[in-house]
Design a protein around this ligand. Structure first.
Ligand SMILES: C[S@@+](CC[C@H](N)C(=O)[O-])C[C@H]1O[C@@H](n2cnc3c(N)ncnc32)[C@H](O)[C@@H]1O
Length: 273
């Protein structure tokens, strides 16, 4: 059996009882470590906290492993119980549907154990979850690569008065261009996009497109480390949030659409002072 288990957003204690029971009976435990991270990170210490709680070693499954060596994990799950841990919910934002499809093709039984996701935790700011449009991802720009397909999506959401959740790029174990050219992979240090960088990039694209999808005065909410003890939630204009220090990752941003009075009342709790 392959158990795909959501860990929630805060720390090791956010796993559900059902999730913990499943992990405890699994012979092998993998942890997906490239689409999100727990608030205490994936440092040696962070992992050993998880390992201590579960009473067994964890294999960190990076992008290479999940994309290239997934069949090894699945063949283990034919004969024994294997856990695949995902921070947040396994089907929140990045869905691991490809893994489920591949497992089914190989005749592996799959059980999913859900948990909280960034997709619902943003509800804490008071903006109603059913008033959101398409979620967008903001990738890190380089000098020569500035993909901006998020712009139309934000524009469309805003035309309909809907809020937009912007998920911010995470670069973990990305091979450097030079190493790819040499054929021997070397990796860049991990990078997590801040709300400040996201807003800079959003405004850069608006300046180029000039279609007034949003501007410096557009109201947003910035979230850092949602679900952890020191989570930070600040509502303000893009200009205000651009200068605000949200601290350690992970960050995400909501661009506010048309609001209901009750949403406004709740947003006031988080207004930038
Ligand atoms: C692929 S999504 C998260 C998927 C995860 N499985 C889930 O359900 O939450 C990753 C992005 O969500 C945002 N994110 C995830 N956890 C967060 C948190 N605790 N606080 C703020 N943003 C978070 C960040 O922008 C991050 O780059």
């Amino acid at each position: 059996m392959l158990y795909i288990i959501g860990l929630g957003l805060g720390d090791e204690r956010d796993i559900t009882l059902r999730g913990l029971e499943a992990v405890k009976k699994c012979e092998k435990v993998y942890m997906e470590a490239y689409t999100s991270l727990l608030s205490f990170g994936l440092s040696a210490d962070g992992l050993s906290t998880l390992e201590k709680l579960y009473g067994k070693p964890i294999t960190v499954a990076d992008r290479d492993m999940v994309e290239e060596k997934v069949d090894t994990m699945l063949s283990e799950a034919i004969a024994s119980d294997v856990a695949f841990l995902v921070v947040g919910d396994p089907f929140g934002a990045t869905t691991h549907t490809d893994l489920v499809v591949r497992a089914k093709e190989l005749g592996v039984n799959v059980k999913v154990i859900h948990n909280a996701s960034v997709m619902n935790a943003v509800g804490v700011c008071g903006l109603q979850l059913y008033r959101y449009g398409e979620t967008v991802s903001i990738p890190f720009f380089t000098d020569v690569w500035k993909p901006d397909s998020f712009y139309e999506r934000i524009q469309n959401n805003r035309k309909l008065g809907l809020h937009t959740l912007c998920l911010l790029d995470i670069r973990v174990k990305e091979p450097t261009w030079e190493s790819l050219a040499r054929g021997k992979k070397q990796y860049e240090p991990p990078r997590f996009m801040t709300i400040n960088t996201a807003i800079e990039q959003l405004l850069e694209v608006e300046q180029q497109r000039g279609e007034s999808a949003y501007d410096e005065e557009t109201e947003c909410v910035g979230f850092a480390r949602l679900g952890s003890e020191d989570q930070m939630i600040v509502a303000g204009t893009m200009r205000e949030l651009l200068a605000f220090d949200f601290g350690a990752p992970l960050h995400c941003l909501v661009i506010i659409g048309k609001t209901h009075p009750l949403e406004e009342e709740m947003l006031n709790v988080y207004r930038h002072k």
